[in-house]
Write a protein that binds this ligand. Structure first.
Ligand SMILES: Nc1ncnc2c1ncn2[C@@H]1O[C@H](COP(=O)(O)OP(=O)(O)OP(=O)(O)O)[C@@H](O)[C@H]1O
Ligand SMILES: [Mg+2]
Length: 159
């Protein structure tokens, strides 16, 4: 478990970027936190770390947005899903291929059915511009992120 503090949008983006740079393909990143906590913003940072150049927006009509980069970024959002069957219909396993990284907003809604291991990132507003960002591996440690997490702990532990 790693607890970080972001003091700005730029911090949150950078935290995402460092994690994105750690990805080697096949990672699942589960984002949780209230409306406006910064899930889409950290996804944009992850996109930067994955070499995505296109503008990233939360999927609304599509269930999963796909962006090309050094690796593919597959961006999903469980906010509008109302039943676990809809998660099953997404075919999550197909997105967990070596060419891409799957990032899911509101993932805790259906956390029980997510394939392990995954990196869980919880964002919580502590003031208008500040966020507490808690990161943990669920299932088993994900080696790819270990160096990035050390860098993040060094640079973003200060409240
Ligand atoms: N330190 C910070 N990190 C992230 N966002 C911040 C920070 N400080 C302020 N904000 C603001 O919080 C908002 C985060 O919006 P964002 O769309 O990323 O949230 P979200 O968690 O994806 O919300 P939703 O549940 O609606 O999808 C933005 O308006 C952003 O400017
Ligand atoms: Mg969002």
């Amino acid at each position: 478990m790693c607890q970080l503090f972001s003091h700005s949008e730029a911090d949150t983006m950078k935290i995402g970027e460092i994690l994105g740079k750690c990805c080697r393909g096949g990672e699942l990143i589960a984002l949780c936190g209230d409306l406006g906590a910064g899930k889409t913003l950290i996804t944009r940072g992850l996109g930067n770390g994955l070499g995505v150049k296109a503008a990233i927006h939360s999927p609304t009509f599509s269930l999963v947005n796909e962006y090309t980069g050094r690796l593919w970024l597959y961006h999903s959002d469980f906010y509008r899903l109302n039943h676990v069957d809809e998660v099953m219909d997404l075919g999550i396993e197909e997105y967990l291929n070596p060419q891409g990284v799957l990032v899911i907003e509101w993932a805790d809604k259906y956390e029980a059915v997510l394939p392990r291991p995954f990196l869980k990132i919880n964002l919580a507003a502590i003031s208008e511009g500040q966020r507490k960002i808690s990161i943990q591996s669920v299932g088993s440690p994900i080696d790819n992120f270990s160096v990035g997490l050390e860098i993040l702990k060094r640079d973003y532990s200060r409240k």
